[in-house]
Write a new protein. Structure first.
Length: 392
């Protein structure tokens, strides 16, 4: 669908973005590159939406009121790259470890083609989003009037999927990614001498130990077997390594919850809080609990999912389409946009296990697979031609 010369240009763009990663809300160079390319191709371009977001507007040559949004994220992660590649990150401690360089590049590839081939009716809105990685980029763009300015009928996102063969695409209705919550519990007691007078102290480490075991039963005993939920503890801190005979007066435990359904999400929160408070009270301690809801679950709407399926099959063939990939408990702030506009997130194969490169996401040895670029571009092009073909 795209000539080799255009593909070579896209690979060069992808590797340039990879070599110059930027964290969320700091994507000045990346957004400038995107905006310049869009303008070079004659595309109406808006910058500064959601701080560093960029929007390209491509209107078909035929009249039509339908408008669809295509979204790609641009930000990198605070990880030191260890790939050793010629295009490895030149920014210490920051790298594209989630493939957003590839996502941006594929949408640019579609933008170039669609700008040159506008035989469709309606408008394609190309959304280059900042700060997907926990810094609220989708929410910022929505708050900045993204859908007030561009009232899309549907919106679509794409994420690469390590472990899935290059040339495959997956789309389904229903849950695709989980809502991600963070929490922190600080147990407080009196502390004391662990060797001489432990009976005069309230031992917060014992409380924390019971809590660590207790949270593991929330999913197994408070969530229905057919529902999915995760509670994980990622941080514990108490006392001092050079003072093992000192019983600390505080113990901090922090972790995450993941779920798809609103009532399950509420169950995880309420049970975790109740467990912390009752265990602390039983041992004469207190529990200070902080709980942050950081996003929604990605729930693909039926009609956009059907459209994505058709576009995916047109792009890679029915044998390379995956209709039933299990949902992930990873988070994705594309869900913020889907609270306003019905949408669908699709997954693009980035390399099956054993293929190179196929490291998992958020690892220092990860790299987006350039062989996936033409398949992602083809999906976007087919989607626009299908959904804005004039028959809707």
């Amino acid at each position: 669908m795209i000539p080799q010369s255009a593909l070579d240009d896209l690979i060069a763009i992808r590797r340039d973005i990879h070599a110059h990663p930027e964290l969320g809300m700091e994507e000045q160079r990346t957004s400038a590159l995107v905006a310049q390319r869009l303008r070079d191709w004659g595309i109406e371009t808006v910058t500064g939406l959601g701080k560093t977001g960029v929007v390209g507007v491509i209107k078909g040559h035929r009249p039509g009121q339908r408008m669809i949004g295509l979204r790609a994220d641009m930000d990198a992660l605070p990880i030191a790259e260890a790939t050793g590649l010629p295009w490895a990150s030149q920014t210490p401690g920051v790298m594209h470890a989630c493939g957003h360089d590839g996502h941006t590049t594929m949408l640019l590839g579609a933008a170039r083609y669609l700008a040159e081939n506008r035989d469709f009716a309606g408008t394609a809105i190309l959304i280059f989003q900042p700060a997907e990685e926990g810094r609220g980029g989708a929410r910022a763009m929505v708050a900045d009037g993204l859908f007030d300015r561009y009232p899309c009928d549907a919106i679509y996102g794409m994420h690469n999927w390590p472990g899935a063969a290059v040339g495959t695409l997956a789309a389904r209705s229903g849950p695709v990614a989980a809502a991600g919550d963070r929490w922190r519990v600080t147990f407080r007691g009196t502390g004391g001498h662990g060797g001489a007078t432990p009976h005069l102290a309230t031992d917060v480490t014992v409380v924390a130990g019971h809590f660590l075991l207790g949270v593991q039963t929330i999913v197994s005993r408070n969530v229905a077997p057919q529902d999915t939920a995760v509670i994980s503890v990622g941080h514990i801190a108490a006392g001092a390594l050079d003072g093992p005979n000192i019983m600390p007066s505080e113990c901090l435990v922090a972790g995450v919850c993941r779920s798809y359904l609103p009532h399950v999400r509420e169950t995880l929160k309420s049970r975790l809080i109740a467990l912390a408070e009752t265990l602390a009270a039983a041992q004469g301690c207190t529990a200070d609990i902080e709980y942050w809801r950081s996003g929604y679950a990605v729930i693909n709407a039926e009609e956009p999912a059907v459209a994505a399926r058709a576009a995916a099959i047109a792009a890679v063939g029915e044998n390379n389409f995956v209709p039933d990939r299990p949902p992930s408990t990873g988070g994705e702030d594309f869900a913020e946009m889907m609270q306003v506009v019905p949408g669908c997130m699709v997954h693009l194969g980035n390399g099956a296990d054993g293929e190179q490169p196929a490291p998992r996401l958020h690892r220092p040895d990860y790299d987006f697979n350039d062989a996936a670029i033409p398949h992602g571009v083809a999906f976007w092009i087919n989607l626009v031609q299908q959904e804005l073909g004039g028959s809707r």
